[in-house]
Design a protein around this ligand. Structure first.
Ligand SMILES: [Zn+2]
Length: 182
């Protein structure tokens, strides 16, 4: 049997991790589920994924797509990957392989970067893969929205309001915005 690919995308603060956790929570047999997160994202602790409302679930921190290949998937039927855009672009092929193994893969990630371009994977350049490469392969996509910090209408974009330091951050660095308020 071949697995299915489900994408959860949208700007920051659109509830992507909440949706990912909701799908995980609906799985009756947690023994065959694995949650992964990029090691780089330690905003809420190293070994858990967390929503902005502080709902969290245990997760395996992963350094690179290569590390994902080393996991024993013998009993695994569902894989959840949070903040998938923080991985290198080989994640696209690793996910393909998991699907072929019969595993359902659910990922959450940002679809559009702060410049309005497709969100690139780690180390992205103009020749690299971006989130679109994953999205075109999805069997189902949840396109989530947030509320624009400027006008309160539907936000589909993210802007960076503080350019200092690392690009990993929360409300102190990023705001959801509509197209009008970029
Ligand atoms: Zn707006």
């Amino acid at each position: 049997m071949i697995g299915k690919l489900t994408g959860i995308v949208g700007p920051m603060f659109s509830g992507k991790s909440t949706k990912l956790i909701e799908i995980y929570d609906n799985k009756i047999d947690k023994e065959n589920c694995l949650i992964f997160k990029p090691e780089i994202d330690i905003r809420y602790g190293i070994d858990k994924i967390c929503t902005h409302d502080n709902i969290h679930r245990g997760a395996l921190p992963i350094e690179s797509s290569q590390s994902l290949k080393l996991i024993d998937y013998t009993i695994i039927k569902n894989v959840f990957i949070d903040e998938v855009h923080f991985f290198d672009s080989n994640i696209v092929f690793v996910i393909d392989d998991l699907i072929q193994l019969g595993i359902n893969v659910y990922f959450a990630g940002i679809n559009i970067d702060v410049h309005g371009h497709p969100m690139g994977f780690k180390g992205y350049n103009s020749q690299g893969f971006h989130m679109g490469e994953l999205l075109i392969k999805c069997d189902q996509i949840y396109l989530l929205t947030a509320l624009c910090e400027s006008c309160g209408k539907t936000a589909t974009r993210t802007v960076r309001i503080d350019n200092s330091g690392s690009f990993v951050g929360g409300k102190e660095k990023y705001q959801p915005r509509c197209r009008e308020h970029l």
